[in-house]
Design a protein around this ligand. Sequence first.
Ligand code: ADP
Ligand code: MG
Length: 437
Amino acid sequence: MDFKDLPLDNRLQTALDTMQVATLTPVQEQAIPKGLMGKDLLASSKTGSGKTLAFLVPAVQRLLSQKALSKRDPRALILAPTRELAKQVFGVAKALTSKQGLQCTVIVGGENYNDQAKALRRNPHIVVGTAGRIFDHLEARHLFLNGLELLILDEADRMLELGFEKALQYIHKSADHRKRQTMMFSATMDSAEISHMTQLMLKSPEKIRIDKVATGHEDIAQRFYFADGVEHKNDLLVKCLKLEGREQALVFTATRDDTQRIVQWLKQHQISAAFLHGELLQNQRSAVINDFTRGKTGVLVTTDLASRGLDIANIAKVINYDLPKFADEYIHRIGRTGRAGNQGKAASLVSKKDWASLLAIQERLKHRFEFSVFDGLEASFKGLGLHPKQSKAAGSGKPQATKHKKVKDQRKKTTRFDPSQSRELGFVPVKRKPKDE
Ligand code: ADP
Ligand code: MG
């Protein structure tokens, strides 16, 4: 199906033509017609499959074709888990609406609060933002959502993982009326928290689930290498990055400190690299992303801050220097490559401390991975010998308990709440409410 087969406003059609999208992706084929009918949606489809337009097209069409419920309140609110993703979605929203008299604004943490309050006083039609800062403006009565017509949650599961449930509930209550249409999108949507949230927020939603991620992502070649520790991982990393020429790559690590350490190491090997983590100032974060997007930096070393949603055209490979704690994050990390039908490559370095995570990922993807080796860089670690079938089902994608003591001990580490991970995304955990993302 093509976009021109849809009953869209000419101005929206023109904007889509300018973006050079003609044929709908599978998730768009299902979500857009249902979204246009005004239905609530709960949609999951793999990374890079075009979910942004799947919610923006019906949203913009509704704003263009229906009379506003309120002259002052925003008509559509789109929430994302990180500032970077919010800005990216804002960019697409702007491209779709700039020539049709719809004003958009982006409201994220780390940016000037008063400027945002001022922007909100101009009564934008579409607000894209992160839950913590939107919550602050709601509480400060800079923002009212009584007239909200569309509430959209991108990467909804991640927002819950980051502790934004209260903020989301508050936002939901501030816009709780019969005419609101709500859409939730992610590549992963299986957690118990999500079903609680969907019951609260969605009215008889249409459930869309395209090519379950559990079957893997056929456009991404995934390789795994055993590693013995930090120094060995460093060598393996350089090898992976130099393989097949100097392509742009994204490297994920477990901690902020590691991102910096690894960049130093790569620079010693004449590899142009930069690091990104949640403790950088917002303008630094933006500059790093900008340089990488424009190809000025070859390798971006980052934490899970960049695992969700980012759509950067040239990322040829993703390397997991450490495996993520949760299997779902593995899916999102590797999903930064192989987007929109392109081929991508992913490599993961697996040492003893990554083993429990590997088992969880194998369970989640229902696939047992083979390991590769580089000549001269063989590891003495060969795994802890536990076949994934021996561990219990990992329904939520989180590492699960097994009978094997060694793995069980590691699991404790991997499932424990880790405030540094939340801080990583710029969110400082506080008892009452998350302040920022
Ligand atoms: P997701 O949110 O599912 O991870 P995105 O919405 O970020 O994916 O889209 C991934 C990429 O695919 C973007 O670069 C986007 O411009 C492109 N894209 C989206 N829809 C289409 C389409 N119908 N045809 C071609 N490319 C598309
Ligand atoms: Mg997305």
